[in-house]
Write a protein that binds this ligand. Structure first.
Ligand code: GDP
Ligand code: MG
Length: 164
């Protein structure tokens, strides 16, 4: 089996957009509003001759109403820690850091697996984005990308395949 690269993060940060961008397809549903129930989506991808299976974990955040939203996101992160070789933790540079981001980060800091912090929705690289907050997550330097515009996604993938 190919190594798994899992995309985790709270709803609406752009996980599915990033998935589609990397997988070169539009199989993950991109929603303006969070909360649509979908399954986990897997797609094989390749970068610099390295093959991996990409997972969009966003789909089941709202599968049932037993847990709170952040419980379900944390569950996704836990699953990613178990099954993935590399974890992409996506945050939204436009909305800034949230309490849920901090909870997910706390969990991800406890794994020895490589976690790449991805600050998405950066279309303007002139330094106006308030991404310095994200250093507080204790997961290293965020890689700034725009999933929807394809900006810096190649740099992100270079980083991913270093760990494969
Ligand atoms: P998910 O819930 O984390 O899977 O997020 P989606 O991929 O469904 O995207 C949520 C919203 O953010 C949609 O309206 C996307 O069009 C938007 N979005 C995703 N990536 C970007 C980006 O790089 N820049 C901007 N400006 N918007 C984005
Ligand atoms: Mg999604």
């Amino acid at each position: 089996a190919k190594p798994i690269v899992a995309i985790v993060g709270r709803p609406n940060v752009g996980k599915s957009t990033l998935f589609n961008r990397i997988a070169g397809s539009r199989i993950a549903i991109v929603e303006d509003k969070p909360g649509v129930t979908r399954d986990r989506i897997y797609k094989d991808a390749v970068w610099l001759d390295k093959e991996f299976t990409l997972v969009d974990t966003g789909g089941i955040e709202f599968r049932d109403d037993k847990g709170s939203m952040s419980d379900l996101i944390l569950q996704q992160a836990r699953l990613a820690i178990e099954e993935a070789e590399v974890i992409l933790f996506v945050v939204d540079a436009r909305s800034g850091l949230t309490a849920t981001d901090e909870e997910v980060a706390r969990m991800l800091r406890n794994t020895k697996k490589p976690v790449i912090l991805v600050a998405n929705k950066v279309e303007d690289f002139t330094g106006n984005m308030d991404v310095y907050d994200f250093y507080r997550l204790g997961l290293g330097d965020p890689i700034m990308v725009s999933a929807s515009h394809g900006l810096n996604v190649g740099d992100l993938l270079d980083e991913v395949v270093k760990h494969l």
